[in-house]
Design a protein around this ligand. Structure first.
Ligand code: DAT
Ligand code: MG
Length: 139
C-alpha cells in the first residue's frame, strides 16, 4: 500500500551535514519526496510531535536537543514507506543500530543528556497522518 511518512533530519544530522545523505538513501530506496522544509522547531510543535513522550524522564532533554537548531522535515511517499523508513533508520539507540542503517552508520552515542540519533520516522499510519499535520498543515 502506498503510504506517506514524516521524516525529520534532527539537529545533529543537520549540523553534521548528513541531510543530503539521508535524502539520498530515501530516494535510492525508491521513495518520493513530497514536501520538504528546513526550520528550527518550537517547543510547542515538539510537544505535539512527541505527545506520547511528555512526562517521561528523557522528554525535557529531547525537546532541548530538538529545538537547538535547524532540522529538515520531509514527507516521503512510497509502498509501505512507514515501516520501510524505520528499517532504513535502524534501532532507536545508535549504539545498537545495525551497520547499513542511518543510525548504525552515523549515530555515535546518545550524546548525553540529549538523544542524538540523526533521524525521526513516523511509527505507524496514525502517527504519520498526525505528524504530517503538525509539520505540513497545508498537505
Ligand atoms: P524512535 O525515534 O525510534 O521512534 P521513540 O519514539 O521511542 O523512538 O523516542 C523518541 C526519541 O526519544 C528517540 O529518537 C530518542 C529519545 N529516546 C527514546 N527512548 C529513550 C530513552 N530510553 N532514553 C533516552 N532517550 C530516549
Ligand atoms: Mg517514535
Amino acid at each position: 500500500m502506498t503510504e506517506r511518512s514524516l521524516v525529520l533530519v534532527k539537529p545533529d544530522g543537520f549540523k553534521r551535514g548528513l541531510t543530503g545523505e539521508v535524502l539520498a538513501r530515501i530516494e535510492r530506496k525508491g521513495y518520493r519526496l513530497v514536501a520538504l522544509q528546513i526550520l528550527t522547531p518550537t517547543r510547542e510543535a515538539l510537544a505535539e510531535h512527541y505527545a506520547e513522550h511528555v512526562g517521561k524522564p528523557f522528554y525535557e532533554p529531547l525537546v532541548e536537543f530538538m529545538s537547538s537548531g535547524p532540522v529538515t522535515a520531509v514527507v516521503i511517499e512510497g509502498e509501505q514507506c512507514i515501516a520501510g523508513f524505520r528499517s532504513l533508520a535502524g534501532a532507536t539507540d545508535p549504539t545498537k543500530a545495525a551497520p547499513g542503517t542511518i543510525r548504525g552508520d552515523f549515530g555515535r552515542d546518545w550524546g548525553t543528556p540529549a538523544q542524538e540519533n540523526i533521524v525521526h520516522g513516523s511509527d505507524g499510519p496514525e502517527s504519520a497522518t498526525r505528524e504530517i499535520g503538525i509539520w505540513f498543515p497545508a498537505l
